[in-house]
Design a protein around this ligand. Structure first.
Ligand SMILES: Nc1ncnc2c1ncn2[C@@H]1O[C@H](COP(=O)(O)OP(=O)(O)OP(=O)(O)O)[C@@H](O)[C@H]1O
Ligand SMILES: [Mg+2]
Length: 365
């Protein structure tokens, strides 16, 4: 990578004899939004705290702008205030007895800047998050979203090179969370901020990130750009954490050119699978599972016939306004797909499922 602002090398962490991080490695480019994603307890916050200097790694190194700020071997450990990183915690950690402006000024007061400089930079930070008008209000009396923006302004006010955000939107209701997600993205792009973002929400990760590191049990499962993780997951864990998947057991049949015919175990026929470049076709007779994201299956009212089409019958419809989720009987499987809104009235109808051939992936049984 051209210019990495942060690099984590071989970071491991144990609390007592409980290992919570194992050999974590990644590097982040300037201006990038890099997200640590994963289920509760996988080690996201611990990784973030090690980067910030709030926690010491048991092994490994943290490098900031080419400078080692932590190394267990070399016994280097720069304190948090010398790493120049802003941090927003999940709980906002707003100071209760202060106004909005006093809250935002706090990190500068600690750094003993002059009053005039502080006043100017506080207003600039409040302008960024659109809270100038609320500067003199009591911080705890603001709404959740406004308090979140105070926390963001407080982290931005001393112009950190890197902003560390630990589930910053998780305390907000859905509408506000989506709005803040959008505002954060706009602000990040406008200021060219480097963000390390922690979340367990896959939609948030997919929409905000330049790259995602998906973690599980203290290890990084896969790092990549969002659509790479979504469309080409390396493990079933990654695939299933990021979204829904339809899987059908099958058996590899004869090769046809560069493709293989897969006989479906549910009695619904067969599909033609073409491996992506560099991937080999398993030996004929191999038991596998074939998978596809539900949104890559189209619903057609005409009869099956073409390649990669399966005949089915709609058993249940769940209308959701922008689409209708349909449970479709295919052979002896029940497959959930996303049909158009009009599918609301198609219960008990015979239909054809058209599977996008390039969206089919093969997995061990
Ligand atoms: N100070 C500590 N002492 C002992 N164990 C800890 C400590 N901090 C974290 N852990 C453990 O380390 C593991 C990872 O915790 P961490 O807070 O990094 O998870 P997380 O991915 O941020 O989870 P969540 O999404 O719930 O916030 C957990 O099993 C947790 O119990
Ligand atoms: Mg956490």
């Amino acid at each position: 990578m051209a210019q990495s602002i942060i690099e984590i090398r071989g970071v491991s962490k144990s609390f007592g004899n409980v290992s919570v991080l194992r050999d974590v490695n990644f590097s982040i480019a300037k201006g990038e939004v890099f997200t640590l994603l994963g289920p509760s307890g996988c080690g996201k916050s611990t990784t973030l705290r090690i980067i910030a200097g709030l926690e010491d790694a048991t092994a490994g190194e943290v490098i900031l702008n080419g400078r080692t700020v932590y190394s267990s071997d070399k016994r280097i450990n720069l304190p948090p205030e010398k790493r120049n990183m802003g941090m927003v915690f999940q709980s906002y950690a707003i100071w209760p007895h202060m106004t909005v402006a006093e809250n935002v000024a706090y990190p500068l007061t600690l750094r003993k800047l002059s009053r005039a400089v502080i006043a100017e930079r506080v207003m600039a930070a409040l302008r960024l998050v659109d809270l100038e008008a609320q500067a003199d209000r009591d911080a705890p009396k603001l709404s959740g979203g406004q308090q979140q923006r105070v926390a963001l302004a407080r982290a931005l006010v001393y112009e950190p090179e890197v902003l560390l955000l630990d589930e910053p939107l998780s305390n907000l209701d859905v509408k506000l969370r989506e709005q803040m997600r959008y505002e954060l993205k706009v602000l990040q792009e406008r200021l060219g901020l480097t963000l390390i973002y922690v979340t367990h929400d896959q939609a948030e990760a997919l929409s905000l990130s330049n790259r995602i590191a998906l973690m599980s049990q203290g290890q990084v499962e896969q790092i990549g750009v969002p659509d790479e993780l979504y469309d080409r997951p390396k493990t079933e864990f990654v695939r299933d954490f990021l979204g829904k998947t339809v899987t059908i057991p099958g058996r590899v049949g004869a090769a046809e050119g560069g493709s293989a015919r897969i006989a479906l175990g549910n009695g619904a026929g067969d599909l033609l699978w073409t491996p992506p470049p560099g991937v080999a076709i398993p030996a004929p007779g191999s038991e596998i599972k074939i998978a596809i994201r539900p949104e890559r299956i189209a619903l057609s009212a005409t009869k099956a016939g073409r390649e990669n089409c399966l005949a089915g019958k709609i058993e249940t419809v769940l209308y959701q306004g922008d689409r209708t989720e349909c449970a479709v009987r295919v052979g002896n499987d029940l497959i959930t797909i996303y049909g158009p809104p009009e599918a609301r009235t198609m219960r008990d109808q015979n239909v054809t499922l058209v599977l996008a051939p390039e969206a089919l992936t093969l997995w061990p049984k």
